[in-house]
Design a protein around this ligand. Structure first.
Ligand SMILES: Nc1ncnc2c1ncn2[C@@H]1O[C@H](COP(=O)(O)OP(=O)(O)OP(=O)(O)O)[C@@H](O)[C@H]1O
Ligand SMILES: [Mg+2]
Length: 521
């Protein structure tokens, strides 16, 4: 045993001696060059190539590192043995990650690649303007040389896309609103946000199922339509106008849309925006995959229908040379377009021109996959230029509660299934009076909430209220369906006034406008 230790000690002594000699004979520069050469020789004969994706790229955070981490989290959770678990701020989900110095095989387009998570201690002597983490983290991607050209770019694009999907799924969606008086927050953002947790979905929304399905299909087509929009040269955005009496579910519909698509909502308070350029800046700071909402647009600014009330031409764009003529021609010919911001006249008000630019000017395309939703109780008050296709692609009339909608409410609030819990006779009675009662889903849901523990009582009370309301409306001489028709008629009238004018008409309009301007001056 003693001999064994003696020989081991002499081997170590020889080893230390050789190392000292080597260090003296081969200076660090020479050793580095040799290592480099060996590495090159190894690379020549190796059939793999390696890509390093470090967490911090110089001084900036490497977006690709975060994307890879998220991307791998989905496959790691299934195959990995040793995983790291995290939960990000504003997130409702746990994220799996590859443990330090662990590796995983991934397959893309039939090609196998290997990811390794490399963690090393950072050299503490390194100087940096900003504090860096103690550990140096990165991923090493190993791909066969012959596969590199085939997949690398597509694979990285795919990872980025997948990662943003996962991020959106994991993170709570946000509801943004523009800050009071156009002020910026500590990070220079004009929007303030809170987690968006509205429970409204298309399942809970009481409306005609066919109409509902049509809207859902339209939204789905939009969300999956990147290729189509690109091919047709259209900006990837869509506008919806929700109109109808108060309490018919316009705001609930917006929440359902956001929940359906998984988009954030930007609730734009127009009264807090001072001018067109501020409006444009707000738009620039919105993200893709979002719904930009302007509620009660008829109340926010003076956008009333110029055709119905000529005086409003000047009240909405008084003194604005370009803005006035732009909106004037917009509604008529739809050809002449003023420059962005051309409608800013007194510096502290938004003009119709500014709003039109906001929805479909060049700036509206500074992001992609965005939905604009305007709501109003009075569609007839809106300027036709706002209503035309391309701006508001789909006009959705939210009407008083119909029988179909009532069945959804009864199911959601009382758990009543048609033909099981609901008496056929009572249903018939309800059907007879519901049209004439002209009650909104909001009114009905109040009655149902109050009696939610007693189904029969709820239905009886509803029937009573329906009868009283129907009688009252009948006495006032207001028809049931007539009312819906009247509202749709109003929309038609509004749209008719958007139909192309003859050139002479436009000239007349302009003459009138300039005469009125003269008078005001
Ligand atoms: N179609 C509907 N389906 C389900 N619930 C509805 C519907 N309409 C209204 N409600 C209920 O009534 C409440 C008010 O509805 P909501 O705020 O969506 O109406 P609105 O049309 O936006 O009204 P307003 O024009 O006054 O803004 C909601 O909280 C919701 O519970
Ligand atoms: Mg509302």
């Amino acid at each position: 045993m003693k001999e064994y230790w003696t020989s081991l000690a002499s081997i170590l002594g020889v080893f230390a001696f050789c190392q000292t000699i080597l260090q003296t004979v081969f200076p660090p520069e020479l050793r580095f060059a040799t290592a480099k050469l060996l590495n090159k020789i190894f690379n020549c004969f190796s059939s793999y190539c390696y890509f390093e994706i470090t967490e911090i790229d110089g001084v900036n955070t490497n977006e690709l590192y975060n994307a890879v981490q998220l991307y791998l989290s989905s496959s790691v959770s299934i195959t990995g043995n040793r995983l790291s678990l995290t939960r990000a701020v504003n997130s409702s989900a746990f994220t799996f990650g590859l443990a330090n110095n662990d590796s995983i095989v991934d397959t893309f387009n039939g090609v196998n690649v290997v990811w390794e998570h490399v963690v090393t201690q950072r050299n503490s002597q390194t100087f940096s303007w900003r504090p860096l983490p103690d550990e140096k983290r990165g991923f090493t991607l190993r791909i066969k040389k012959k596969d590199k050209c085939l997949i690398l770019n597509n694979y990285l694009d795919y990872i980025m896309e997948k990662a943003s999907d996962i991020r959106r799924k994991n993170q709570d969606r946000l509801l943004y609103t523009n800050s009071r008086g156009g002020s910026l927050d500590s990070r220079g953002h004009p929007w303030e946000s809170v987690p968006f947790k509205h429970p409204s979905t298309f399942d809970t929304l009481a409306m005609d199922p066919e109409k509902k399905q049509e809207i859902m299909n339209d939204l789905e087509d939009f969300a999956n339509g990147q290729g189509f929009y690109h091919k047709t040269g259209r900006a990837w955005k869509r506008g919806y106008l929700l109109y109808g009496p108060p309490g018919t579910g316009k705001s609930s519909m917006i929440a359902a849309m956001a929940n359906f698509l998984g988009y954030d909502i930007y609730d734009l308070e127009l009264t807090e925006v001072h001018n067109n350029s501020e409006l444009r800046k707000l738009l620039m700071k919105t993200s893709s995959k979002s719904i930009i909402v302007i509620e009660d647009i008829d109340c926010s600014i003076n956008l009333t229908n110029r055709k119905n009330n000529k005086n409003n031409v000047l009240s909405s764009s008084s003194g604005s040379g370009l803005g006035c003529s732009r909106s004037y021609y917009e509604s008529g010919l739809g050809e002449i377009r003023g420059g962005a911001g051309g409608g800013e006249e007194n510096g502290n008000s938004i003009t119709l021109s500014g709003l039109l630019n906001f929805t479909d000017g060049l700036w509206s395309c500074c992001g992609s996959e965005r939905i604009f939703v305007f709501t109003t109780n009075h569609i007839e008050k809106l300027d036709p230029a706002l209503l035309r296709s391309g701006r508001m692609d789909m006009h959705i009339f939210m009407s008083y509660c119909s029988m179909q909608a009532l069945k959804i409410l009864l199911k959601n609030y009382l758990g009543c299934e048609e033909g099981v819990d609901l008496d056929e006779y009572v249903m018939k009675e309800l059907e007879e009076v519901i049209g004439m009662a002209r009650m909104t889903p909001a009114d009905i849901s109040e009655v149902l909430i109050k009696n939610r523990r007693k189904k029969e009582r709820a239905v009886d009370e509803l029937l009573e209220i329906f009868k009283v309301r129907a009688k009252k409306n009948g006495k006032n001489g207001e028809g049931d369906e007539d009312d819906d028709e009247e509202e749709e008629e109003q929309e038609k009238r509004a749209l008719d006034s958007d139909s192309p004018k003859q050139e002479s008409e436009v000239e007349d309009d302009c003459k009138e406008a300039s005469e009125e301007e003269e008078k005001i001056k």
